[in-house]
Design a protein around this ligand. Structure first.
Ligand code: ATP
Length: 353
């Protein structure tokens, strides 16, 4: 799939923008602070239903009252339009001109993989960030996963509210635990299945790219199991502890994924370069997974790879991404190697040339 056309109004430093894109490798270049990442941010907004780096109200152009993003997407000879409008009054999404109840009904229509220079620090920080990254990926590729996640979150919110009450709520909690076990087991099962595949892809990619010398492994660490009866039992046994702490302590919302190189945990022992390499392998593996397993080649957004890698590494990476994607956006401050790109876009002060 690829973004055919992007239209944005009052988003960040863009007042009105209409730009057509070709499939293939697209270079977005311009000096610092001109709007390159803002453009990437707008496209990725339609992938995940929000910004990857700011709250909605900070995205409205200074002095304006709302922003809009719209895109025409081409996939398998089919054209669809996606859009979002946000103002202080609220936010709504559109698909083919039809207003949607929520973003979840259109999640997965535009599949995307994003890499930004700030990401490794965040990703290798708190477990919640790794869970979020995995969930965003899985939710794009599996509707069942997305629904299990939505239901699980709803039940978890209700259970947490009950745990905060001072009275004994064991019987009531049991009903929520039953549901948590059911959706939780589904989530764990899907994560285990997906990570097993990603792990194999990462190993194969690393053998070709040689980003991380040594044996690389991604492992999923769960506080539960993929058997709903067992999760239910586990939750039952932990009631007193959860009641004392007034929160749900066990289940997929507490899980983590770890990267190991030669058996050593990267988040503890990895250098910045190794972390960056591992995250890029993870992203590349996601593109391969989408293309091969879910059958839809994603749009890839690579922000500022030049500041990360030398020319050779950067070109190898872009080439790999292009193998599994129909469109790769690359931002840079300089117009280097223009002949390598299918389209070149120059950005200055929120205007595209
Ligand atoms: N809500 C907003 N309204 C207007 N302008 C904004 C808003 N938010 C950010 N900006 C402007 O957007 C610009 C930053 O854009 P962006 O992050 O896309 O830069 P960039 O071209 O990627 O630069 P770099 O190469 O330094 O990463 C800044 O000039 C900033 O003032």
């Amino acid at each position: 799939m690829f973004v055919d056309r992007l239209q944005i109004v009052n988003f960040r430093n863009y007042d009105e923008l209409l730009v057509d894109f070709s499939p293939g490798k697209i270079l977005i270049y311009g000096a610092n602070g001109q709007g390159k990442t803002n453009l990437i941010e707008a496209i990725y907004y339609l992938v995940i239903g929000k910004s990857f780096r700011g709250k909605d109200n900070s995205l409205i152009r200074f002095g304006a009252e709302s922003f809009q993003i719209g895109a025409k997407i081409s996939k398998n000879d089919q054209k669809i339009t996606l859009g979002v409008e946000y103002s202080e009054k609220g936010k709504f999404f559109l698909k083919n001109g039809q207003k949607q109840k929520s973003f979840s009904s259109i999640l997965g229509n535009l599949k995307g993989v994003l890499f930004t220079p700030d990401e490794p620090v965040v990703f290798f920080g708190f477990p919640a960030n790794r869970r979020k990254a995995l969930d965003l990926f899985l939710a794009q590729t599996s509707k069942t996963y997305l629904l299990s996640l939505i239901y699980y979150q709803k039940v978890l919110t209700n259970k947490n509210a009950l745990l905060k009450q001072s009275r004994d709520v064991e019987n009531l909690i049991e009903a929520w635990n039953y549901k948590l076990a059911e959706f939780g087991a589904e989530i764990i099962k899907e994560r285990e299945k997906c990570l097993k595949i990603l792990n194999d892809i990462i190993k194969e990619l690393n053998a070709q790219l040689r980003f991380l010398p040594g044996k690389i492994e991604v492992s999923y660490k769960t506080t539960g199991t993929d058997d709903k009866e067992k999760i239910f039992e586990l939750l039952k046994q932990r009631y007193t502890e959860e009641k004392d702490k007034k929160q749900s302590l066990f289940g997929p919302h507490r899980d983590d994924l770890n990267f190991y190189v030669n058996g050593r945990d990267l988040k503890i022992f990895g250098s910045q370069g190794q972390k960056k390499g591992a995250l890029l392998l993870f992203k590349l593996a996601q593109a391969v997974y989408m293309a091969k397993i879910s059958g839809e080649r994603p749009v890839v957004l690579l922000d500022d790879l030049y500041s990360e890698f030398d020319k050779e590494k950067k070109e190898t990476l872009e080439g790999f991404f292009l193998k599994y994607s129909d469109q790769v956006f690359i931002t840079a401050t300089e117009p280097i190697d223009l002949k390598n790109y299918h389209q070149v876009v120059f950005i200055e002060n929120g205007k595209v040339f």
